[in-house]
Design a protein around this ligand. Structure first.
Ligand SMILES: O=C(O)[C@H](O)[C@H](O)COP(=O)(O)O
Length: 307
């Protein structure tokens, strides 16, 4: 499937009324539901209403659920613990995060050569998933092994460095950018990003997203990273393979038009459902619909799927 959205003759996004018959007809079209998490299931540390019951209802109907997040700060295992804290039983294997997507692309698609390593701008989630794939890395959450003011002495090429990977790094520093920028001046060093979200919604506010941890390197080197989170085709390809996903029976559920809904549309999934509990608002959805890039349907909140 191509990576562009086929906008031709797409109907305007339709708000589901919540009537049982209509909701059942919508759900019955799909065997698979891909869920974004933040803004759909919860907002930060607050679980949204009726989420537990809705996921249970879908499981009882035999639907296959996959939780697809761009949040690279947590590993799949850490994410499954977050689900457990909310009383939602989810297997580690049902979580597909951008850190995992990046790690499997590096080890299985790009096939990092033996003896090479990756410099990380990011947090534990990336480190955990790289390690699980047997990828050697440095940087990340480790403190700099030299005083920040001495950074210039440590900038330069390193033949052992095969790639720079960026993700959300809430301890980002000038020195980390300087080191990464030094490696990226070698055109043979790959530039990867878990995801390039502009914003990171937190406690109802928009904080700088993972994309802001890559952008200074683009400005510095003129290079743009290959990203493995939503809406990348690479992430969809891995999901398709891992879960034997039949795209003609799959629905993407999300709160954000430019990541979640684009992800479903670009992949040509059968359906896309937006909820209004996260980033994109009703007016954004209707506006995107005017250019054929809105979701098929939308709801105030996921719990409305209970009808
Ligand atoms: O900047 C980021 O990394 C993202 O905004 C964030 O992690 C989004 O995660 P998602 O909504 O896909 O769960």
């Amino acid at each position: 499937m191509g990576s562009e959205v086929n906008t031709a003759a797409r109907a305007a996004p339709r708000k589901l009324t919540g009537k049982k018959q209509e909701i059942d007809a919508f759900i019955d079209q799909f065997d698979y539901f891909l869920f974004d998490c933040d803004g759909v299931l919860w907002q930060g540390n607050v679980l949204l209403p009726k989420v537990v019951e809705t996921l249970e209802m879908l499981r009882n109907k035999g639907k296959k659920l996959v939780f697809v997040t761009n949040n690279s700060s947590k590993s799949r295992e850490a994410y499954s613990k977050k689900f457990a804290q909310f009383g939602i039983p989810v297997l580690v294997d049902e979580v597909f995060g951008s850190s995992y997507s990046t790690a499997i692309a590096i080890s299985r698609v790009y096939k990092i050569p033996p003896g090479k390593r990756v410099f990380v701008i990011g947090e534990e989630g990336i480190e955990h998933e790289l390690a699980a794939e047997g990828i050697s890395y440095f940087g990340g959450s480790a403190p700099l092994p030299f005083p920040e003011e001495d950074v210039a002495e440590h900038v330069g090429p390193d033949p052992s460095v095969w790639a720079v990977v960026t993700g959300l790094d809430r301890k980002i520093s000038y020195a980390k950018f300087a080191i990464a920028g030094g490696y990226l001046q070698d055109p043979n060093v790959h530039f990867f990003a878990t995801n390039i979200d502009s914003t990171f919604p937190t406690h109802g506010k928009l904080l700088p997203g993972a994309g802001t941890c890559a952008a200074p390197l683009t400005l510095m080197t003129g290079r743009t990273p290959i990203a493995f989170g939503k809406p990348s085709q690479a992430m969809m390809d891995s999901i398709e393979q891992k879960y034997s996903l039949d795209k003609s029976k799959a629905c993407m559920v999300g709160d954000r038009l430019n990541t979640d809904i684009q992800f479903g549309l670009k992949a040509g999934l059968k359906g896309t459902l937006a909820v209004l509990t996260g980033v994109s608002k009703e007016e954004d959805i209707l506006k995107a619909g005017e250019i054929g890039e809105g979701p098929d349907v939308y709801l105030d909140c996921l719990g409305d799927l209970l009808g």
